[in-house]
Write a protein that binds this ligand. Structure first.
Ligand code: TXA
Ligand code: MG
Length: 329
């Protein structure tokens, strides 16, 4: 397997990366949330290569990235609510699930055969420059193997997917640190499919009440007979190798601790602070990198102190609950 080169995201490297995308190759690039594994969303073979690289099940659709609302409107139908959400939160960490236009030209595989598409305009300047230079919609799931912790640094992308991308654009750590919020606007009531970088409290201000089936764990797979509405809701996801224990208030033998706030219980083999001051944005930015750093065989498990179930804390707790959930087979 040919190793994947990592290049600082200079204008020349971004132009090169755009050429690779236009030629049907895969490029990993930074967004403000996590690194994405990008491919031309209108190229069925590029999209198939993304699924293969991640070993991702074909029923789990990808988010399609565009620079702005104007580009998005070629791909999907925006109603008043979708316009309001895009006007308020784009570019930014929000993905909107909308009815896909028959004329979109998007790969069917990218949407896993659904009549909808998830669209996002990322704010990161490197992602913006790359999308404008590539001048086509880019499908980009998080740049990790399926079911594993998302990559928030170029080195994590190499750990996860070395040899599967033609290039990794490196712009340092991702400032938000958790994936975009996914909201489905195809029904009358908006549905939160994944809590993420835009707190649901801020979405409520624009969209009104939002159904939240993603809060608490959904059964793995489609045990109720219907299709999986957002496969990101599968219970076990974002998993480190070590067992994870939530709401820890005391140490168990051999455990490492992810701490939140100043008062740390004694007896842990190692401690990393998500945030000493109890700042949710700082904790979110640290979450995936710190889970990776503690995921070592010298520890018996990773314990996490309680995180408040509000604003970005909802996204943190969502990822932690999935990481702690029983793993399939
Ligand atoms: O922050 C992010 O969203 C990152 C960066 C790279 O943009 N991307 C990302 O993609 O997290 P991915 O593929 O790891 O997660 C996409 C989520 C999944 O939960 C998927 O099921 C859901 O979005 N999704 C995508 N298309 C959908 C659709 N048409 N209907 C419902 N859910 C959809
Ligand atoms: Mg992902």
């Amino acid at each position: 397997m040919i190793r994947t080169p990592v290049a600082p995201a200079t204008p020349a490297a971004i132009a090169h990366a755009a050429g690779l995308l236009r030629a049907g190759r895969l490029v990993a690039f930074p967004t403000e949330t996590v690194y994405g594994l990008g491919g031309d969303a209108t190229d069925e073979r590029a999209v198939a290569a993304i699924f293969a690289a991640k070993d991702r099940p074909h029923f789990n659709p990808l988010i399609v990235h565009v620079p702005d609302l104007a580009a998005a409107e070629f791909l999907a139908v925006f109603d008043e609510r979708a316009h309001a959400a895009a006007a308020r939160f784009w570019p930014g960490p929000l993905s909107l699930v909308l009815p896909r236009r028959a004329t979109s030209g998007l790969s069917l595989l990218a949407s896993a055969g659904l009549m909808t598409v998830a669209l996002r305009a990322p704010a990161h300047p490197v992602a913006q420059a790359l999308l404008r230079a590539a001048a086509r919609p880019i499908a980009a799931p998080s740049a990790n193997r399926s079911g594993r912790i998302s990559a928030t640094a170029a080195a994590h992308v190499v750990e996860e997917l070395d040899g599967h991308a033609a290039l990794v654009l490196d712009a340092g750590p991702c400032p938000v640190g958790v994936e975009s919020t996914v909201v489905d606007l195809t029904d009358e009531v908006p549905v939160l499919l994944r809590p993420g970088g835009v707190p649901v409290e801020e979405l409520n201000a624009v969209l009104g009440p939002i159904a939240m089936p993603a809060v608490g764990l959904q059964p793995t797979g489609s045990s109720r007979g219907g299709p999986v509405r957002s496969p990101g809701m599968l219970a076990s996801h974002y998993a480190p190798s070590l067992p994870l224990r939530l709401n820890a208030r005391a140490a168990r033998p051999g455990e490492a601790l992810l701490a939140f706030g100043g008062a740390v219980p004694p007896g842990f083999r190692a401690v990393l602070w998500l945030s000493r001051s109890g700042d949710l944005a700082e904790a979110t930015a640290n979450l995936f990198a710190m889970l990776r750093r503690l995921d070592r065989p010298e520890f018996t498990g990773i314990a996490v102190m309680p995180i408040p179930e509000e604003r970005l804390g909802r996204a943190i707790n969502d990822r932690l609950r999935r990481a702690a959930a029983p793993r399939p087979g």
